[in-house]
Design a protein around this ligand. Structure first.
Ligand SMILES: NS(=O)(=O)c1ccc(C(=O)NCC(F)(F)F)cc1
Ligand SMILES: [Zn+2]
Length: 260
């Protein structure tokens, strides 16, 4: 069994060999182009009500930096927008590049951002997360672009300060009292479409909510993410960078916008 990754021999172009759905008709990420977006005035605003006490740990799984939350009940939830009912926050993680000029998964009018933050929520009408993963309305991901700028968002510091504790694959550290909604940009304007996990198993179970307004991070903060190693501590250090999937064909999907 050869684990998937982002290298030439196990990267996005090879994933379909073990995960055939990677060549499906509802794959993510995609290009979001103004010309093809449909303004939907019936789209509601989305709301996140997160309990800071739900935050548990931060970990390096060799593929990304992930913060895990208690999702054993409706404790931290996302609602509204294109969603029916509440979705439980389970984890957040990042995708980033090897330099500031690329790294996001979704691309907006040809613009690649330095990175992308994904907040993953699942539909509690299903008995558990892995059951939700098999349903078209099982998962909702709130995606926020990371743009490099001079005045970084101070709220990002908390996550990046923990990076030193999880430098190598498999390392985990406590991450208590954290409300990820402090990372949100001012505007809640979003695009939404139906897609998939951007990593294997590439299940087509995600209602994507992609925020128009990026959050500003510093080049040093991006360098901090790139200082993570994709290997364990007893293995050669390999920088964890370019953990993003290229955009996939949109086919016959509509991308709706909550704004004009
Ligand atoms: N990058 S993404 O699309 O937000 C993304 C989010 C979550 C997972 C995930 O839980 N994979 C493990 C599972 F569920 F067993 F399949 C994969 C990708
Ligand atoms: Zn992701």
């Amino acid at each position: 069994y050869y684990p998937w990754g982002y290298d030439s021999d196990n990267g996005p172009d090879q994933w379909h060999k073990n995960y055939p759905i990677a060549k499906g008709r509802h794959q993510s990420p995609i290009e979001i182009n103004n010309k093809e977006v449909h303004y939907d005035r019936s789209l509601l605003p989305w709301f996140a009500s997160y309990d800071p006490g739900a935050a548990k740990t931060i970990l390096n799984n060799g593929k990304t930096c992930r913060v895990v939350f208690d999702d054993s009940f409706d404790r931290s939830v996302l609602r509204g927008g294109p969603l029916q009912g509440v979705y439980r926050l389970r984890q957040l993680h990042f995708h980033w590049g090897s330099s500031d000029d690329h790294g996001s998964e979704h691309v907006v009018n040809g613009v690649r951002y330095a990175g992308e933050l994904h907040l993953l929520h699942w539909n509690p009408k299903y008995s558990n997360y892995l059951d939700a993963v098999r349903r078209t309305d099982g998962i909702a991901v709130l995606a926020i672009f990371l743009q490099v700028g001079k005045t970084p968002k101070p709220e990002m510091k908390r996550i990046l300060e923990e990076i030193n504790a999880i430098k190598t694959k498999g390392k985990e550290a406590p991450f208590p009292n954290f409300d990820p909604s402090i990372l949100f940009p001012k505007s809640h304007d979003y695009w939404t479409y139906h897609g998939s996990f951007t990593t294997p198993p590439c299940e087509e179970c995600i209602t994507w909510i992609v925020l128009r307004e990026p959050i500003i991070v510093s080049s040093d903060q991006m360098a901090k993410l790139r200082s993570l190693s994709k290997n364990a501590e007893n293995e050669p250090e390999l920088p964890l960078v370019d953990n993003w999937r290229p955009t996939q064909p949109r086919y016959f999907r509509m991308v709706s916008a909550s704004f004009l």
